[in-house]
Design a binder for this molecule. Structure first.
Ligand code: FES
Ligand code: FE2
Length: 369
């Protein structure tokens, strides 16, 4: 098992209040959500999606991240850039339709200021009626950090956050060969769930419930808890499970993968709201949990695979959907428990260590915001 970081070892051995679960108020207090958006989501790397969406120049991706509308483009040097989708003149959205557009430039729908895809202001109607000191250089689009790993796009609103590759801990090393040139998005689905976003994410990090809640779905894939291995980086935690004989009898394995990658499943939790599953049959699946209200969230599922090698899209969708429906039923029940007023923080099993890791970060980010 990879060596556990000292700070986490210490943390897991402490008996102070922080080694218990979060109280119910973290899942039910409406005042907490704006603090979480500012204190957590605006200070961490957030997954957006597939860089293949911007494979050619002049493609503009308009999407919402942490409550903000943003634009992601490839600039004139083919570098990915992200901007707030806000005109610096009088705050109009620049592109009102979400989605992927082919645009040579951005023309604001309010007073027609024109920006190039580098975010520079290039033209304004009635320029001679502005004050003499008006200078285009003073009104560029506001940038957001944007980086790509393995063909996946992440953004971060803070300049102070650790660079993406460092933030992702061991992931870039352990999964660098899971995505091939033929890998593509096979399944994309959204689920509206009646629970707090942390409740759903806690559940994706919970390695204690699998045999109970998923006896016919996830449990046969993950095998016996005897073989579960945990490891931890600062913002990332891992459950590693060896492939089962049954799974190997039905699945091809990518030849070029090395030992550990070849022999097991990786299920990573990535702070604050992301889950990444990597299987040696070329499947990479992202589960991103977006807050909507304090008691509702949207769960976004993307499954990537290799057509003709990985299982068919309809099989993958069926298998993921089966265990996610089980999780939705459980988390919606847990949300009712949090709202009941009858819950005080319980005690954690070792198989819930990844939840404690996540919750420690929640406390740390909220304390320091
Ligand atoms: S708000 Fe965009 S040009 Fe005026
Ligand atoms: Fe589950």
């Amino acid at each position: 098992m990879p060596k556990m970081k000292q700070y986490l070892q210490n943390y897991l051995q402490t008996t102070d209040l922080e080694s218990t679960f979060l109280d119910a108020k973290y899942y039910t207090d409406p005042e907490l959500l704006p603090q979480e958006i500012q204190g957590i989501f605006r200070r961490t790397w957030l997954y957006v999606g597939d860089a293949a969406n911007l494979s050619t120049p002049e493609m503009v991706w308009v999407t919402k991240v942490a409550g903000c509308s943003i634009l992601i483009v490839r600039d004139s040097n083919s570098t990915l850039k992200a901007f707030h989708n806000v005109c610096p003149h009088r705050a109009s959205l620049l592109v009102t339709q979400p989605g992927i557009h082919s645009l040579e430039q951005l023309v604001c729908p309010y007073h027609a200021w024109v920006y190039n895809l580098d975010g520079e202001l290039k033209g304004t109607p009635a320029k001679n009626r502005f004050p003499a000191h008006f200078c285009y250089k003073d009104f560029p689009l506001k940038t957001i950090q944007c980086e790509e790993w393995l063909g996946f796009i992440f953004v971060c609103f803070s300049e102070k956050t650790t660079p993406l590759l460092e933030y992702l801990g061991e992931i870039p090393g352990s999964l660098k060969e899971h995505r091939t040139e033929s890998t593509q998005l096979l399944v994309k689905k959204h689920y509206s769930v009646a629970c707090n976003w942390k409740n759903y994410h806690d559940n994706t990090l919970c390695d204690y419930h699998v045999p109970v809640v998923h006896p016919h779905t996830l449990n046969p894939l993950q095998g016996s808890v005897r073989y579960y291995e945990h490891s931890f980086d600062e913002y990332v935690n891992l459950l590693y499970t060896p492939t089962t004989k049954e799974w190997r009898s039905h699945n091809p394995v990518l030849d070029h993968l090395r030992d550990r990658a070849r022999l097991g499943f990786f299920t990573y939790g990535i702070f604050p709201n992301l889950h990444l599953v990597a299987l040696p049959n070329g499947v990479l699946a992202w589960i991103r949990i977006d807050p909507v209200t304090v008691e509702t969230c949207q769960v976004n599922l993307e499954i990537y695979g290799i057509p003709g090698f990985s299982p068919l899209a309809m099989e993958l969708e069926r298998d993921f959907e089966a265990f996610m429906r089980e999780d939705i039923a459980i988390t919606e029940g847990v949300q009712k428990g949090y709202a009941s007023g009858a819950y005080t923080a319980g005690i954690a099993n070792e198989l819930e260590g990844r939840i404690l890791h996540q919750q420690r970060l929640i406390r740390r980010f909220l304390k320091s915001c």
